[in-house]
Design a protein around this ligand. Structure first.
Ligand code: NAD
Length: 281
């Protein structure tokens, strides 16, 4: 589905980004992989093959790195057709849910999340669009937001669980950037969309909920137990499939859209009113 396309993916060394890299290559794309975990990234690029993938150290909070990533796609593979702003971060390790409240806001932590999650997406769009406009063949930009970018209570059921202010605000901002980018770049046939994953079995989620000691399969089993769709845990591959749809010609008229992949979590919590009893009559 992506034969002949060149894609750049940030946060590609792990989790969702790694799954996107593997799927895009399987579907015929050549990929430029960016991340701050360079050893892991290089191992993945080696495994995918040097004719298909290259690793480029890229910290998305640094504009020069994003420019280099876009330029590397053009200089190595001749064009840039798909850009995935997928890198993201949560609080530093060891924070409790209370650290996410506005009243406990830590300026450095807040600024880091905004710089990576939000500014990284804005500047990624800037440099991807520049390369795509030069190519003159349109393109597709996909941003990874979150269910926390759509609602602020992400409990599966029962009492509301407020998500971190810094994380949620930065992920809500990505939805706005996606709509703005879609309108600004439509004249150049560059589409800008987002995916909003629910709780997905990746190292980031494992760390966030203190289950980093579990294997991928064990983590999935734990998530499956609390999923609103009994027994079904979201995998990184499920999110990658959504990105493939948006990146391929199947999504050719989809623009400014946020594709929610969450087992239906947001559909439920959006209408959840704390304190309202379930009607059992
Ligand atoms: N896993 C979930 O439940 C979930 C839910 C909603 C949204 N997301 C989002 O999905 C995206 C991917 O996360 P994941 O779950 O695959 O986590 P992950 O930790 O497995 O992967 C994230 C990758 O981003 C990289 N990264 C972090 N900061 C970076 C920076 N400054 N520059 C470049 N790379 C950087 C990390 O090194 C890592 O390889 C993130 O944007 C995250 O916010 C994840």
């Amino acid at each position: 589905m992506l034969a002949g396309k060149v894609a750049a993916i940030t946060g590609a060394a792990s989790g969702i980004g790694e799954a996107v890299a593997r799927l895009f290559v399987k579907e015929g794309a050549r990929v430029v992989l960016g991340d701050i975990q360079h050893d892991k990234l290089r191992r993945l690029a080696d495994e995918l093959g040097s004719d298909r993938a290259m690793a480029q150290e890229c910290d998305v909070s640094q504009e020069a790195d994003l420019k280099q990533l876009a330029d590397a796609a053009v200089s190595t593979y001749g064009s840039l057709g798909v850009w995935c702003s997928n890198a993201g971060c949560y609080h530093r390790e060891g924070v409790t849910p209370l650290d996410g409240l506005i009243e406990n806001l830590d300026t450095a932590d807040f600024d880091r999340q905004v710089a990576v999650n939000l500014r990284g997406v804005a500047l990624g769009t800037k440099h991807a669009a520049r390369a795509m406009k030069r190519g003159g063949r349109g393109g597709c930009i996909i941003n990874t937001t979150s269910v926390a970018g759509l609602v602020v209570n992400c409990a599966n059921s029962g009492d509301p669980v407020l998500v971190s202010a810094a994380y949620s605000a930065s992920k809500h901002g990505i939805v706005a950037l996606t709509k703005l980018g879609a309108c600004e770049l439509a004249p150049y046939r560059i589409r800008v969309n987002a995916v909003a994953p629910g709780y997905t079995a990746t190292p980031m989620l494992a760390k966030t909920i203190g289950l980093q000691h579990l294997s991928k399969e064990e983590l999935e089993a734990e998530l499956a137990k609390v999923s609103i769709m009994p027994g079904v845990a979201l995998r990184a591959e499920d999110i990658a499939n959504g990105m493939l749809y948006l990146a391929s010609d199947m999504g050719r008229c989809v623009n400014g859209h946020t594709l929610v992949i969450d087992n239906g979590l947001v559909a439920g919590v959006a209408g959840y009113v704390p304190g309202l009893e379930t009607d059992t009559a």
